[in-house]
Design a protein around this ligand. Sequence first.
Ligand SMILES: Cc1cc2nc3c(=O)[nH]c(=O)nc-3n(C[C@H](O)[C@H](O)[C@H](O)COP(=O)(O)OP(=O)(O)OC[C@H]3O[C@@H](n4cnc5c(N)ncnc54)[C@H](O)[C@@H]3O)c2cc1C
Length: 312
Amino acid sequence: MLDSAAKAFFHLLAQSKTLKTLGSRYGMRRRESFARRFIAGEDVQEAIEAARAVEARGLTHTLDLLGESVTTLDGAYDATRQYVDVIAAIEKSGIGRGISLKLTQLGLDVDKATAVDNLRRILEHAEPADFFVRIDMENSPYTDVTLEIFETLWGYGHRRIGVVLQSALYRSEQDVAHVNALGASVRLVKGAYKEPKSVAYQRKADVDAAYLRMAKTLLADGHQPAIATHDVTMIEAVKQWARERNIAADRFEFQMLYGIRRDLQSKLVHDGYRMRVYIPFGREWFPYFMRRLGERPANVLFVARGILGEGD
Ligand SMILES: Cc1cc2nc3c(=O)[nH]c(=O)nc-3n(C[C@H](O)[C@H](O)[C@H](O)COP(=O)(O)OP(=O)(O)OC[C@H]3O[C@@H](n4cnc5c(N)ncnc54)[C@H](O)[C@@H]3O)c2cc1C
């Protein structure tokens, strides 16, 4: 994990229109273009192809149609329609059925009620077809409202939904206990966003320590929790803790992002653990891509080499 100043720098860059234009021009245009390391493609068929390859390695997946911070109602309806189409395409393809989405993609910044309606519309298509829908967690101004919407839908009886909690936030340990009590599934992550000291740990050691505490609570009291990290230290500690307490490997799953630590993904499956890969795709890939760069300096060199090799 990068220190928070570097993370902030990449978040700033992510807002640059020039960079976005340049990135969009070069990042995905060929099979070997640099953004394809982290993003399966711009359309759903490319994502389905990536998902088939993931399944062939014995792993499962969740597909994420990239998009966030939608600023108009039309944009939110459009994203909702696209998700409904994605669900139909996944059903038709015969691959595993799981999607991840963001509430700001469905209009949360424009009108909360509309975002909820849009999510319910997606669930109307997803649930009868036995999809699992994971609501990604965005930055801390959205934590309360995301959990509130999640809990409202849970209260309406939706059971094929889950939420994400970030160990970087001080509040998350309480949120874990709350979601566990509801009986819902948590994906545990460290947190991808630059957050202020008032709400979040700033030191990696503190984020990691909280991650392990939360992972243990989830393994003990959670419901099909997802341990989402590429951090070998976290993964080994979780495996050991589960072994010592006789927690069977099918009571939880590991999750990783497409294009990151494929070796470790395969090894975990080989060792009898469940592993789900988060497969992002779509035209709105730039902010997601910048978060991945912000997590690891070496990725910037990888991209620079890719750009130099692209030519016009
Ligand atoms: C399935 C999944 C879903 C996620 N959903 C959300 C979400 O909804 N909300 C949210 O805030 N965050 C989400 N994240 C991101 C998460 O919060 C972290 O930012 C990200 O996983 C990096 O943290 P880490 O746990 O891998 O640990 P780190 O300590 O950051 O990294 C550990 C090691 O993993 C490898 N690694 C990590 N990141 C990269 C990278 N970008 N490129 C190459 N190698 C890397 C490196 O080897 C690194 O040393 C998700 C992550 C996963 C795996």
